[in-house]
Ligand binder design. Structure first.
Ligand code: PHE
Length: 344
């Protein structure tokens, strides 16, 4: 229904509309004991509606039938409303009655995403070991992501299949290692830094997501050696996977570290006996690491004769999957409520 009437209609139309509003506001404030009073005020013999009916005589001949209809409707509406209110109002209150046997409303609290929890756990461990947190941008230059890290032009990691290149000439970083370059370019050793963040690779299946998270870590100074790295990572694995976990360093290759290693933990599912998760080997790879390549130090103007350092990089999803026994990486990104509430 319209809220206001054209001014060429007689004012009683507008009065009817105002009356309706007044009634609603009276009703909202009324306690159940007030309802009979309201009925008299509006519908009684000298009530407000009746006085509007008296105005009918002043209306023009065309208006009369319309106005009569309107007022009758208004009268019915008001008396019906009053009747239902009378039935449902609880004496002494001004709210509708309620069913005390209905279950109450629960207030569900949210929970941290499992990736957030694991990421925090990782960061807290390294911060306790004296590392500071650094971050770099998701959009990187080819130089920081590859060249400065000794990944030459013909290296397969630069292949279009792995890297999302941008029209602007940059790329989405494929690992957090470019943060090593950024930090070392802008500071002075010693460095003891971790760099958590998102990374991107054109890859998607049960174990790969085109966007995932890594934590990079590195330490550069005088006399830093592989033993420091081994000790740190051993403590780290025990912290995340429990005291009984075993560590294995397997020779590997990364262009930016020499020597390089992949680090395995004893399978957390079968405890090393052999199962599907560990492909019956009893071991699961959790990170890549090594001593920072002299070329990389050279690229950030550090003298490899004077400084040495280690670096490592791990996938946060992978660690969370192992820790919680999650078989499909995509579960992290679907925001399925049933999945997420399990991490309360
Ligand atoms: N950047 C490597 C990767 O994404 C991991 C790594 C980091 C390896 C640092 C060695 C040293 O796979």
């Amino acid at each position: 229904m319209n809220n206001s009437y054209p001014t060429n209609l007689s004012p009683v139309f507008q009065q009817a509309e105002d009356l309706k509003k007044q009634f609603s506001s009276d009703l909202a404030q009324a306690a159940s004991d007030d309802l009979p009073q309201l009925k008299i005020k509006y519908l009684g013999r000298n009530g407000l509606i009746t006085s509007l009916f008296n105005e009918l005589g002043n209306a023009t001949r065309e208006e009369k039938p319309k106005l009569g209809k309107l007022l009758n409707e208004l009268k019915n509406e008001l008396s019906q409303t009053l009747e239902t209110m009378q039935k449902t109002k609880v004496p002494g209150t001004n709210t509708a009655s309620y069913d005390v046997t209905l279950p109450g409303r629960t207030h569900e609290t949210g929970t941290l995403h499992p990736l957030t929890t694991v990421l925090q756990e990782i960061c807290v461990f390294f911060e306790n070991m004296g590392f500071t947190v650094a971050e770099g941008p998701d959009i990187e230059s080819e130089y920081n992501n590859f060249t400065a890290l000794n990944i030459l032009n013909n290296h397969p990691a630069r292949d279009m299949h792995d890297t999302f290149y941008l029209d602007s000439g940059g790329l989405l970083r494929t690992h957090t290692s470019p943060v090593q370059i950024r930090v070392m370019q802008n500071g002075k050793p010693p460095f003891r830094v971790i760099a958590p963040g998102k990374v991107y690779r054109c890859d998607s299946d049960l174990r790969h997501s085109p966007m995932f998270h890594q934590v990079e870590g590195f330490c550069v100074g005088e006399g830093i050696h592989f033993g420091h790295l081994k000790y740190l990572l051993k403590l780290f694995a025990k912290k995340i996977f429990g005291e009984s976990v075993k560590l294995r360093f397997r020779p590997s290759f990364f262009p930016f570290t020499e020597p390089s290693a992949e680090v395995d933990i004893s399978c957390v599912i079968c405890r090393g006996k052999g199962c599907r998760t560990c492909s019956n080997s009893g071991w699961i790879e959790i990170l890549g690491a090594g001593m920072i390549h002299p070329n990389v130090l050279h690229n950030v103007r550090l003298d490899p004769e004077h400084f040495s350092g280690y670096a490592f990089g791990m996938g946060v999803e992978r660690i969370a999957m192992l820790k919680y026994g999650i078989g499909d990486i995509r579960l992290f990104f679907e925001n399925n409520h049933d999945f997420l509430v399990q991490f309360k």
